[in-house]
Write a protein that binds this ligand. Structure first.
Ligand code: MLT
Length: 264
């Protein structure tokens, strides 16, 4: 079921399914909760799945300006308040959802039972990449979401997915095209400002699973293996046919890795 809930100063659209311990699924950029379609129903057999659209995305409220990763993490904490989930959750985030995870851990660590980090990065943007984001933000505002679709789609999926599951690429394009340019620009500016959190990793004391698509062109296996090595006791799983959108591209493999982690 999809409903809208207040989360601090914004209203977020949220898909909730199932009952059981809470599992928060946090989407990447510039997407929405539908990227978890391959997970939500299956995991809802044993979990209370909570898959929000972050501010500025999907059907959630759009706030022009800058959406920092801390602000997005606080939105999620306020959403959990609204849903009266006071115990710790399993937080599963992809890419930008992972950037937000670092802030959720830092700011709301008492609310965190486990972490699942998919295709994400711990380093900050280089100045050049940060400048590129500002440029894309300006262009999206001037010309529309198509600019973001053109900039992102070539890097999100593996060749295997493009050939075997082209519908996923088309569906993702539609999601991006339907996203409000103000939401895209705000998140781009927020990601450009995000800090390098590499030194935080050895302090993360919750059970952690790191998942990476073997052909991820944005946050590849070497980088994600380094994240897994730096977090004490973290597990690492690699999905051979997937790119950056591993949970969407290899849903069965991803769910198997997640289930095994959650059972442990
Ligand atoms: C994402 O999938 O969330 C993006 O690749 C994040 C980014 O642009 O760094």
């Amino acid at each position: 079921m999809i409903e809208r809930f207040p989360a601090g100063d914004v209203t977020l659209s949220v898909q909730q399914l199932g009952t059981g311990p809470p599992l928060l699924l946090v989407h990447g950029f510039p997407l929405d909760h539908t990227m978890w379609t391959g997970q939500a129903a299956e995991l809802a057999q044993a979990w209370r799945v909570i898959a929000p659209d972050l501010r500025g995305f999907g059907r959630s409220q759009v706030v022009p300006g800058t959406a920092t990763m801390s602000q997005l993490a606080d939105d999620l904490a306020r959403l959990l308040d609204t849903l009266q989930i006071t115990g710790p959750v399993t937080y599963c985030g992809l890419s930008m959802g992972g950037y937000i995870a670092w802030q959720f851990w830092r700011r709301h660590r008492e609310r965190l039972a486990r972490l699942v980090l998919c295709d994400t990065r711990a380093v900050a943007d280089t100045p050049e990449v940060a400048r590129g984001r500002q440029l894309v933000a300006d262009q999206v505002l001037a010309e529309g979401a198509r600019v973001a679709a053109d900039a992102m789609l070539g890097r999100l999926f593996s060749d295997h997915t493009r050939q075997q599951q082209p519908q996923l690429v088309d569906q993702t394009r539609q999601v991006i095209l339907a996203t409000d340019p103000q939401g895209i620009a705000a998140a781009q500016r927020g990601m450009a400002q995000r800090p390098d959190v590499t030194t935080w990793l050895p302090e993360i004391a919750v059970p952690t699973l790191v998942v990476c698509g073997a052909h991820d062109a944005i946050s590849g296996p070497a980088e994600m293996q380094a994240i897994a090595r730096a977090i004490p006791g973290a597990r690492y799983a690699e999905l051979p046919d997937a790119g950056h959108m591993a949970p969407l591209e290899s849903a069965a493999g991803f769910n198997a890795a997640l289930r095994s982690f959650l059972a442990g």
